[in-house]
Design a protein around this ligand. Sequence first.
Ligand code: DAH
Length: 345
Amino acid sequence: MVKDDLKKIVDDAKAAFASVKDKLALNAHKANFLGKKGPLAAIMAQMKSLSVEEKKELGMLSNVAKKEMEDAYLAKLDELNEEEINKKLMEETIDVTLPGYSFNQGSIHPLNEIVMELEDLFIGMGYEVAEGPEIETDEYCFEKLNLPKGHPARDMQDTFYINPEVLLRSQTSPVQARTMELKKGEPIKIICPGKVYRRDADDATHSHQFMQCEGLVLGEDITFANLKGALLEVAHKMFGEKNEIRLRPSFFPFTEPSVEVDVSCSKCGGKGCSMCKGTGWIEVLGAGMVNNQVLEMSGYDPKKIQGFAFGIGVERVAILKNGIDDIRNFYINDVRFLREFKEVK
Ligand code: DAH
């Protein structure tokens, strides 16, 4: 009887599927029992010689048998897959006693640290923080600051030219002229920290790129005394409350009168040491009352409004505060150097 044959095939297939230990063997049995050369296919091949009725019955029976074998195959496949996952999970248990991964956390660059301190101080005194382009025009970098072409003071600030009229700014002072034009005769109280460039050969005290923090205060009653007060605040905040300042006459084309500002040496307290080269004083910035020419060139009436400007050397402050002996340390990104300034929180 065909029915018995089919039952035997199904039972054999189920037994074969049940006996396997892996998917390879399972698939081999599947091919044997359900493939074109398998026993089911052989029975189906006999159909040709049967009557319509018999064909119908055999067709139905073989479909049932096929379905039963496929179900048995799929059930075993599920079982094997689950075994595989469980085995993996067992093998991959996590040892929570192993040390964790360490990761490196960055820190604020010592120069940015100084800039942030300066911003903090000046914002507290009512200043705004302004910005200007590092690629600047000759007009703003020099001419509007009373340094016409051929002026001897330009020699000290030779920089990188993109073309005869466009250059990398050699100072943050052009932001003075830019801000004045923006504010159109109104009072001003800004600082502008930023990068500047000069055509200098790099050594322990020179760098072709460094930072300045410009300051500009314009108003109706701004006097030299206000400048001195602001500078004293800077000295106290950056170097310590006991520090004094000393103003020496100097020259800048954009200020008149101009001064060079020294801070008393915080290492020796003014007695004289190697850091201050025995003088007791250290130069940190240039400043002065804004030159009338500069005011006029940017649309201000010097009879109504005047004020002061200053330019702080950011590296200089960082070097003095931290006792650094080579300016290049700031730029070579040696993490051992940078780590020295990392605040441990
Ligand atoms: N720009 C000057 C320099 O780079 C520094 C400076 C001096 C800026 C006096 C000022 C100032 O605003 O009033 O050497």
